[in-house]
Each structure stands twice: as structure tokens, then as C-alpha cells.
Design a binder for this molecule. Structure first.
Ligand SMILES: [Fe+2]
Length: 392
């Protein structure tokens, strides 16, 4: 076995009811917080008010920045950073799904560094965040990006039409608050999209050059949980058992993602939603999952065989490799059950855009694509997207 490294420094509070610990967790790290959240969902669900009450009880002052949109931009991050700076906050509290959490992490950097956040995202001569970055705690309201457990912040740079990630040890949240009950107001379509993001993080880590025995353990367990519980969570958003299991799968995905990073599907999805900001991240990933398995199942029959088995489509009493070709069917069945058996055309992407998407991916997501154990050329990536154009 090759030597390997496994690292995740985030304190995890998991379970129904832990949301109310947000005040106490915050007061361990600061006394004046910027609460970063989306425009409406945390307000509508009551979670924003609950956060503010718990912060007040714990003696933490709060300023709310509630302007984060899906696929957050560098401009909104700089605006939030300005507010944090003006109020002299000493802590960031992230509340919401992946977009508020990623924006909050970027604000934690930009609030205490001179340069605009785009300088931490550019392709060449990138700046690196320092220990001046504000501490952050994150309470997730989706089972999706695992941002509450990772050192990544994905931000769209408007002037470059580029959606790339900052990776810094200083943006690991100090505490991740994962309360399955906080996810029950997440609507059906968001539950489906974010669930596919969990599956993509698990699968990309499972197939990554960075995979190790521990990430494999989390990936296999997580894929099985997604296969069993995501359709139930989508069908009945208030099914707390399904929410709990998807929250757990998302935690497993966080340990995989923070150690392996993302790979080819994320590498191609980022340019898609940079060009089409209305595209939900999970939907952008769903379109290429089946084609990826169809194209490459015979390159790693053991792992694709395991995917088929974990999703309930393996051949009984046969070597695992014999199940590999059924991985794509297993993924098709799962995606169909949550209404995401879709193609690029369903996202409003034109066939003529595929070359630009691949070139952008190679320009600023080349590191992620290179983590695929299979050598993928520009033509291979174009083939993969062309075969993902219509629903499979
Ligand atoms: Fe993702």
C-alpha cells in the first residue's frame, strides 16, 4: 500500500437539534459576527431568526448579509467583505447551502486582505490567503456541497466568466453544524440537485488519483446511502430519516472531497454554470454521469462494479468486475427516480458551446481533470459532453 495522508480539522456537530448550538459555537471564536446567507430561504424557514436569537443569547453581536445568489460572484463577495470590514467583525457565520457557505469563506478572506477576491481566483499569479483570514463557522441547510467540511470556496469571476475554487487551509470552518432537521424545508428540486452533488463528490473521489483506503471507505458507504435514501428524501421532503441519512452521506462526501478534491465532472461542470449561471450545480453534474460510466466502465472494472453493486444493480454471486458494465444503468435508474435523467440541452446549453466549455475547463479546471486516473484528451472530453447532450 502506498503511504497516504488524511486530514480534516473541522469540528463536526451532527444530529437533530444541534442547530441551536450555533450561538455557543460562535462565541468560542468571536463576539461580533457577519451572518452570511441567501436572499430568502433562511429567512422563510425561520433559521435566520433562530440563528440571530442563539447568537444574542450567547453574547455575540450580529450583522446580516443576505444577498448571496446561486453561483455567487466575486462582486458579491467583495461587497460582503466591505460590510464585514466596516463593522469590524471578528467572525463569519455561514448559514445556508453551498453558495452562502462558499461566499462566506471568500468573505472571510477578502475582509482581512487588501486585494479583491478575484486575485485569489485568477489562473496565473494567484494570491494566497493568510492566517489573517477571519474564523468561520458553518451551519448547512442542504445535503449538498459539503462546504461546511472543506477548504474550498467556489466563486464565479464575472469579468472572466470563470467559476473556479479557492483552496486554503484558512477557510476550513472551525465548526460544521449539520442538523438534518434544518434541511427539511429544502424543496424537492434543490434536494435532488444537491443530492447529485453529494454523489459526484463521492464518485469523483472514488476514481481520483488521490483516493486512499480511508476516502474509499467513506466513498463506498456514502454512495450506498445516496442510492438508498436520496429518492426517499426527494419524494417526501419531510422524511426526517431520509434527511438524516443524506446528511450523513454529505458528511462522508466532505471527508472524500476535502482529501481528494473534485475531478472530471466538476472540471466540466464549472464552465457550464459559469456560462449559464442559472444552471444548478447538481443538474450540471447529472447530465454527464451516465455517459462517464458508459465511456469508462471497462477502464476500472472493479470500482465501476462496486458502484453498480452499491446502487443495487450488481450481479449476485459473481466477481465484482462482472457488474461494471451495469454502473451506467444503476446511475440512470437513480437519476430517473429523482427527475434528473437530463441532458445538456435541457439546461439550455447549445451543442456549439461544447468546445468552449472544454477549453475553459482545460484552462482553469485542468488540475481537477488531471485527477482522473484515465488520461483524458481534449477530444475525449468533447466526446463525453457530446454524448451527454441529450438525456441518456
Ligand atoms: Fe460540487
Amino acid at each position: 500500500m502506498d503511504p497516504f495522508d488524511f486530514h480534516n480539522p473541522v469540528r463536526l456537530r451532527f444530529g437533530v437539534g444541534v442547530f441551536d448550538e450555533i450561538g455557543g459555537c460562535a462565541s468560542d471564536y468571536g463576539s461580533d459576527a457577519l451572518v452570511v446567507t441567501g436572499a430568502s430561504s433562511a429567512r422563510k424557514s425561520g433559521l435566520l431568526d433562530r440563528t440571530l436569537e442563539r447568537l444574542e443569547e450567547a453574547g455575540v453581536a450580529a450583522t446580516v448579509f443576505d444577498r448571496i445568489m446561486p453561483n455567487p460572484t466575486d462582486e458579491i463577495v467583495d461587497e460582503g467583505a466591505e460590510l464585514a470590514h466596516e463593522h469590524g467583525v471578528d467572525l463569519i457565520v455561514a448559514l445556508g447551502g453551498g453558495s452562502p457557505m462558499d461566499a462566506a469563506k471568500a468573505i472571510a478572506i477578502a475582509a482581512t486582505h487588501e486585494a479583491p477576491i478575484r486575485d485569489y481566483l485568477r489562473v496565473e499569479d494567484r494570491l494566497e490567503a493568510t492566517e489573517a483570514t477571519l474564523p468561520l463557522i458553518a451551519a448547512t441547510t442542504t445535503s449538498g456541497t459539503s462546504s461546511e467540511l472543506t477548504p474550498f470556496a467556489v466563486i464565479t469571476t464575472v469579468s472572466a466568466t470563470m467559476k473556479s475554487a479557492i483552496r486554503s487551509p484558512y477557510i476550513f470552518p472551525r465548526v460544521a453544524i449539520v442538523d438534518p432537521e434544518a434541511t427539511i424545508t429544502c424543496p424537492e428540486s434543490v434536494t435532488a440537485n444537491t443530492g447529485v452533488d453529494v454523489l459526484a463528490h463521492l464518485m469523483e473521489g472514488y476514481f481520483s488519483t488521490e483516493a486512499n483506503p480511508l476516502t474509499d471507505l467513506f466513498a463506498e458507504r456514502g454512495i450506498k446511502l445516496v442510492g438508498r435514501w436520496l429518492p426517499r428524501a426527494v419524494k417526501d421532503c419531510e422524511d426526517i430519516e431520509a434527511r438524516e441519512m443524506m446528511s450523513l452521506a454529505n458528511v462522508y462526501a466532505g471527508y472524500v472531497l476535502s482529501n481528494c478534491g473534485a475531478s472530471v465532472m466538476h472540471g466540466l461542470e464549472h464552465p457550464i454554470s459559469a456560462l449559464h449561471p442559472e444552471v444548478a450545480h447538481g443538474a450540471g453534474l447529472a447530465v454527464m454521469m451516465i455517459a462517464y460510466a458508459e465511456h469508462y466502465w471497462d477502464r476500472d472494472p472493479y470500482r465501476f462494479g462496486r458502484i453498480a453493486q452499491l446502487l443495487g444493480r450488481g450481479i449476485a454471486d459473481a466477481p465484482v468486475e462482472q457488474s461494471a458494465e451495469f454502473a451506467s444503468d444503476a446511475l440512470r435508474g437513480l437519476l430517473a427516480s429523482i427527475g434528473l435523467d437530463i441532458g445538456l440541452e435541457d439546461l439550455g446549453v447549445a451543442l456549439e458551446e461544447i468546445e468552449r466549455i472544454v477549453d475553459d475547463a482545460l484552462l482553469y479546471m485542468g488540475g481537477a481533470i488531471a485527477k482522473t486516473p484515465i488520461d483524458l484528451s481534449r477530444d475525449d472530453l468533447i466526446d463525453l459532453l457530446e454524448d451527454s447532450f441529450t438525456s441518456r
